[in-house]
Write a protein that binds this ligand. Structure first.
Ligand code: NAD
Ligand code: 0WE
Length: 259
């Protein structure tokens, strides 16, 4: 049975009710996990208020700011986890960012700053969060991150994010190797396209979704809650032998050629 009771799960990347991280948080909660949530702080505290209201039904026992670009915020986050929980079992990394300009047009025009920004937020952050989590995962642990097929194959306009996801997927393998002796497993879920805040800001996302609905084996896209179920599985003892893997939750799209 999928059972996460007694496990402390820290979920990053919730922005609104469409966030994949929100689908994951709901399924971890359903499986009995104790939930902690981080949010990206902004000047007016608008996102903080929105996320706090959204997650209230999960009665999170930890709610803390974390901009992954800021080392001091990441360190403060894990100090809070240590004080309030003592130990950590599950870490969900569900965030990415690139400049909008870098997600269309010529890839060759990608700027040095844009490259660094995308790789810092979307790939380096997994290393930094794992470094903070490691000493707190005293009973072992499970880390899950979110990736996309654009890190393996060229997807039009995904551009610099594709390079960031390739780095993220390789981070998963090196982290799995490094943290395995501490019984910490590290895996990625490669989700098919889903309408979220991040994807909706991208031109042509609906056409991509319609394309997947036509050609994926299951003839549909996936939902945030389906991704959440796979995350809950990967975080559970049912997946105790799985680490360093990229699991596709994409209605089968990845296996197809000529699509
Ligand atoms: P989303 O906009 O709901 O989530 C992105 C999150 O990243 C937001 O909560 C945002 O606050 C956070 N974020 C951005 N910069 C940050 C920073 N500096 N520090 C901390 N947090 C920061 O969109 P989503 O689609 O749910 O994206 C979540 C993850 O899923 C991303 O890694 C994305 O690449 C991945 N993914 C999305 C899809 C899709 O089609 N939506 C498909 C595959 C993978
Ligand atoms: O990883 C993602 C989203 C990544 C993303 C999206 C944005 C839009 C708004 C990162 N940064 C930003 N920055 C912004 O300012 N996905 C997998 C969803 C996605 O994004 C695409 C896709 C798909 C699918 C971009 C181009 C082509 C396809």
């Amino acid at each position: 049975m999928l059972d996460l009771t007694g496990k402390n799960a820290l979920v990053t990347g919730i922005a609104n009710n469409r966030s994949i991280a929100w689908g994951i948080a709901q399924q971890l909660h359903k499986a009995g996990a104790n939930i902690g949530v981080t949010y990206l702080p902004d000047d007016k505290g608008k996102l903080e208020k929105k996320v706090a209201e959204l997650v209230e039904p999960l009665s999170p026992s930890l709610f803390a700011p974390c901009n992954v670009q800021d080392d001091s915020q990441v360190e403060a986050l894990f100090n809070t986890v240590k004080e309030q929980w003592g130990k950590l079992d599950i870490l969900i990394h569900c965030l990415a960012f690139a400049n909008k300009d870098d997600l269309s047009g010529g890839f060759v025009e990608t700027s040095r700053d844009g490259f660094q920004l995308a790789l810092d937020i979307s790939a380096y952050s997994l290393i930094k969060l794992c470094a903070g989590a490691k000493p707190l995962m005293t009973d072992g642990g499970s880390v899950v991150t979110l990736t996309y097929l654009g890190g393996v194959k060229v997807i039009p306009n995904y551009n610099v994010m594709g390079i960031a996801k390739a780095a993220l997927e390789m981070n998963v393998r090196y982290l799995a190797s490094d943290l395995g002796p501490s019984n910490i497993r590290v895996n990625a879920i490669s989700a098919g396209p889903i309408r979220t805040l991040a994807s909706s800001a991208v031109g042509g996302i609906l056409d991509m979704i319609h394309h997947v609905e036509k050609v994926a084996p299951l003839r549909r896209t996936v939902t945030q809650l389906e991704v959440g179920n796979t995350a809950a599985f990967l975080c559970s003892d049912l997946a105790s032998g799985i680490t360093g893997q990229v699991v596709y939750v994409d209605a089968g799209y990845e296996i197809m050629g000529m699509s």
